[in-house]
Design a protein around this ligand. Structure first.
Ligand SMILES: Cc1cc2nc3c(=O)[nH]c(=O)nc-3n(C[C@H](O)[C@H](O)[C@H](O)COP(=O)(O)OP(=O)(O)OC[C@H]3O[C@@H](n4cnc5c(N)ncnc54)[C@H](O)[C@@H]3O)c2cc1C
Length: 331
């Protein structure tokens, strides 16, 4: 086969997938990680980045976003191929090779696959306003890959959680002006950050929502917002919109891959094997019929280590499952 065949492809870059990527690197496996999101970290990154976690082994407490950074540093030291912003939609096993198809039409080939898809593929909630869809990627953004795109722009930020507030504070010196609209008067963000926001030059419009995005087809020129208590409209001169109104998780296509599924769980055994040879499951998505289900980061780590080492022996039967002690490895 001429295509680039990986030893292990990991679906999901949450804590389970990232730790699996590290372990696969440690075991010299040619590894790829694919996530539907534009950023790694899974639930930890998108649902509670500013919260402290108290039950990660080795840390008395750690800020969720710092844990993601550490996991990424640990995983990426072996330089796995990382594909972000691509949701895996199909899985087929032919002649011992597993072919994954994505929503972008790409094909990924692998000898083994680890499904570490958590509660499903995360996608950002879209801005439900007239015209918003026409400017996606041309002024309407759901992620910040490089804040320089907002340089000297009049930016509208939509949302009232940690992401919206933190980005407003982070980008305020890059953009020429920031207006933040939030549909309520209570923020779901760290109170210290909200206090800083309220003292800053960011214009905060509470009880405001976006009604219409107006532009010339190539770029945004104005945005009509309205007060949801009175319906009174205001037209703002705006160049770009950053939408931070949460995420949705969807198991979606995984149900059609021929895996044994029970509710929201992919069935695996004590070796993390699913019913498809070479396909393993770990983390929140994995469930054993006679197992105890604990959807925690620590259990995901353990299952990732088991799955990767079993997969190593599967693709190379001359390898042992036990990886040896990392403390005794020469580096
Ligand atoms: C508010 C909150 C607080 C929590 N606090 C704690 C805590 O204090 N301690 C603790 O141990 N646990 C905590 N948890 C649980 C913990 O976050 C999860 O157990 C953990 O994130 C599971 O990791 P995972 O990698 O298995 O899945 P996830 O974190 O869900 O990551 C899965 C990834 O797979 C991707 N994906 C899914 N399907 C596809 C697909 N088809 N194609 C491409 N990518 C796909 C998703 O986009 C996602 O990024 C908390 C959870 C929540 C919601």
């Amino acid at each position: 086969m001429s295509e680039d065949v990986y030893d292990l492809t990991i679906i999901g870059a949450g804590p389970t997938g990232l730790f699996a990527a590290f372990y696969a690197g440690l075991r010299q496996m040619k590894t790829k990680v694919i996530d539907a999101l534009e950023e790694p970290g899974g639930q930890v990154a998108v649902l509670y980045p500013e919260k402290y976690i108290f039950d990660v082994p080795g840390f008395t407490k750690i800020l969720a976003k710092d844990l993601v950074k550490n996991l990424v540093d640990q995983a990426f030291q072996y330089a796995p191929t990382v594909v972000l912003g691509e949701r895996v939609t199909t899985l087929q096993r032919t002649d011992g090779t597993i072919v994954l198809g994505t929503e972008k039409g790409a094909k990924h080939y692998s000898k083994a696959v680890l499904v570490a898809a958590g509660v499903g593929a995360f996608t950002p909630n879209k801005l439900d306003a007239q015209g918003a869809g026409d400017y996606e990627g041309k002024g309407v953004y759901y992620f910040v890959k490089d804040k320089a795109v907002f340089k000297d722009k009049k930016l509208l930020i939509v949302g009232g959680g940690d992401s919206a507030v933190d980005w407003a504070l982070n980008i305020k010196d890059t953009a020429s002006k920031i207006t933040l609209v939030h549909r309520r008067d209570v923020f779901r963000a760290h109170e210290g950050s909200v206090a800083e926001l309220m003292k800053s030059e960011v214009e905060v419009r509470l009880f405001n929502e976006v009604r219409r995005v107006i532009g010339d087809g190539n770029r945004i020129q104005q945005v009509v917002v309205f007060d949801n208590r009175t319906q009174a409209e205001t037209t703002l001169d705006i160049d770009a919109i950053l939408v931070n109104i949460g995420f949705r998780a969807d198991l979606g296509p995984i149900k059609n891959w021929g895996l044994e599924i029970d509710g929201r769980e992919v069935r695996m055994n004590g070796r993390m094997e699913t019913n498809i040879p070479g396909v393993y499951a770990a983390g929140d998505i994995a469930g054993a019929p006679d197992g105890v289900k604990l959807n925690l980061i620590a259990t995901g780590y353990a299952q990732a280590a088991l799955a990767v080492n079993v997969a190593k022996a599967y693709i190379d039967p001359s390898s042992k499952i036990f990886p040896g002690h990392s403390s005794e490895m020469k580096r």
